[in-house]
Design a protein around this ligand. Structure first.
Ligand code: COA
Length: 180
């Protein structure tokens, strides 16, 4: 039984990510969406919120699970007994970094393969930061994220605006302290 991990920070998940998840779920017996907890970027959503949004939008895929992780991707992949890491390639510019990551991971655990899916052309320009920035400036993100996610993004941005108005520094986005 082939199990794949599809990792990322998903801040937030977009139709581009969903396209890869859907296609990977057709190829592999099981797909585990690995949500990175300890990312270097400061996220808009904490990992619990990111996991919640992904679970909601993949609920109709019976062979997709959503799990958060911290530390090295390759160690997480071994822990969940996956054989493959799936990555999407949007453009040639993604390739150099992806190749370096795949080769490093191969060096650490030669029995885990990295497989690349070519992102569908209509999502090749899309990134989570584009979605965040559009929403921040009241742009329409409907074409890029599912309704559930769109609502959460606008709510979160409103929350941030309220925080800025009230000047409460303690209510910024914090990573939760719960278990994975
Ligand atoms: N559709 C839409 N957007 C996509 C996409 C797709 N198919 N593929 C990538 N993107 C976007 C992401 O949303 C992200 O956008 P953002 O930078 O605006 O937030 C951007 O492209 C980069 O994506 P990605 O390369 O997947 O970065 P990431 O931060 O989401 O995930 C990890 C990177 C988690 C895979 C990587 O950092 C990791 O494995 N970390 C753990 C530590 C480790 O093992 N390091 C590697 C050692 S070799």
């Amino acid at each position: 039984m082939a199990t794949a991990v599809y990792p990322g920070s998903f801040d937030p998940i977009t139709y581009g990510h969903l396209d890869i998840i859907r296609r990977a779920a057709e190829v592999f017996d099981k797909v585990i969406v690995g949500v990175l907890k300890n990312q270097t970027k400061t996220p808009l959503f904490n990992f619990e919120e990111r996991v919640d949004m992904i679970r909601e939008v993949v609920k109709d895929y019976p062979n997709v699970e959503v799990v958060s992780f911290h530390g090295l991707l390759i160690e997480f992949t071994k822990q969940v007994h996956a054989d493959v890491i799936v990555r999407g390639i949007r453009a040639v510019s993604d390739f150099e970094y992806e190749l370096m990551m795949a080769q490093t991971n191969k060096q650490l655990h030669p029995d885990v393969e990295t497989m690349f899916f070519a992102t569908s052309a209509k999502y090749s320009f899309l990134s989570s930061s584009t979605v965040r920035e559009l929403a921040m400036f009241d742009g329409d993100i409907t074409p890029f994220v599912p309704d559930y996610v769109r609502q959460k993004v606008y709510e979160k941005i409103d929350e941030h605006r309220q925080t800025e108005i009230s000047g409460d520094p303690a209510s910024g986005c914090q990573e939760g302290s719960g278990a994975d």
